[in-house]
Write a protein that binds this ligand. Sequence first.
Ligand code: ZN
Length: 372
Amino acid sequence: MAQAQDLRQAITSVAGRQGPLLSMYLSVNADIPENQRRAYLLRLRDAMNDEGVPEELQRRVRDYTEEETHPGARTLAIFADEDDLFEIYRLQVDVPESFRWGDPYVAPLTLVLDEYEPYGAAVLDAERFRYFVVSPLSSAHGEEEMKANGFREVDVHPSETHPRGGGSTDLDPAGRKHQAHVHSFYKEVGELARDITFQEDVQRVILAGPKERTAEFRRTLPNDLRERVVAEEHVDLGAPEGELLDRLEAIRERAEHEREKELLDEIRERGVRGPDETIAALQEENRVYHLAALWELEAEIRWCDNDQLAIRQITSEECPFCGRKTRVRQLKDVLVDLATARGARLDFVMGEDENTDTLRDEFGGIAGLTRF
Ligand SMILES: [Zn+2]
């Protein structure tokens, strides 16, 4: 996936810079109530003041963000300094909001790249085929245009003329001929779809269209692509594109919800739960490889900057390991740092549904899958 590689390079170059520079992750997700009427602009202004970002740089960042009425992302990641650095990444993922003026802070970005699985959506009927991709980073590249919900359309050019007309039954000769056309059309676009899927590193594929068509298309798919299909949905291709993309996003979210549910079920069977047990397993025993944390988590925890370790005793103003002063941080931010350092995948679970209920009420807000 060229896009991810580009981003990894950017991360390395930002991380290697001498500060001070501004690293910020601003939540602009319109579905979050705190962001109504672009309230994030106020948070941005306050945070930059609190961090002591130089006036001139503050102005540049504000000009940029205020100009955008629809950021087309869930999170804006911005890295900027007083010289030539001004890089913006549009993330289709929620990450804990944070602002730092000083050393580069790229942990949330690396985490996003590792955790987020790009989705592909094949939309088709008997004669049309379109393929959309949504990935963690939504900057459109090349000639592709960024559409609603971070989807971009990948051009697919089948060599054959698309099958047209013909009867809908497969009994009369015309109908049968049409069927054969549709079949070879599907075979060809199926192979094209597979190429794109692998090129874009798409892990999970949605099929959408009239039910009998998606079923048929699925049967003709190459095995390695069929294995990645996570949803098959009836949608009307005649609908306006905005509606179609909203449907695809709803399907994607449901598939993600299912994936989270499976993760929580697995944790219930053989995982660790609650801040204390989970942090110990992650930090001290290094045996957590996949974490689930409640986005709404409000808990705080002590942290030693010197050791880069969470101090589980909340009253310990001095680090039990090195004796230096500890500070209180948001548990959510600490999880990002620890997960990055330990190579664990971290999924934030958002909203109000059975998954967040499970995570909050049964697992105490955070939980993880362990290797042993
Ligand atoms: Zn320490």
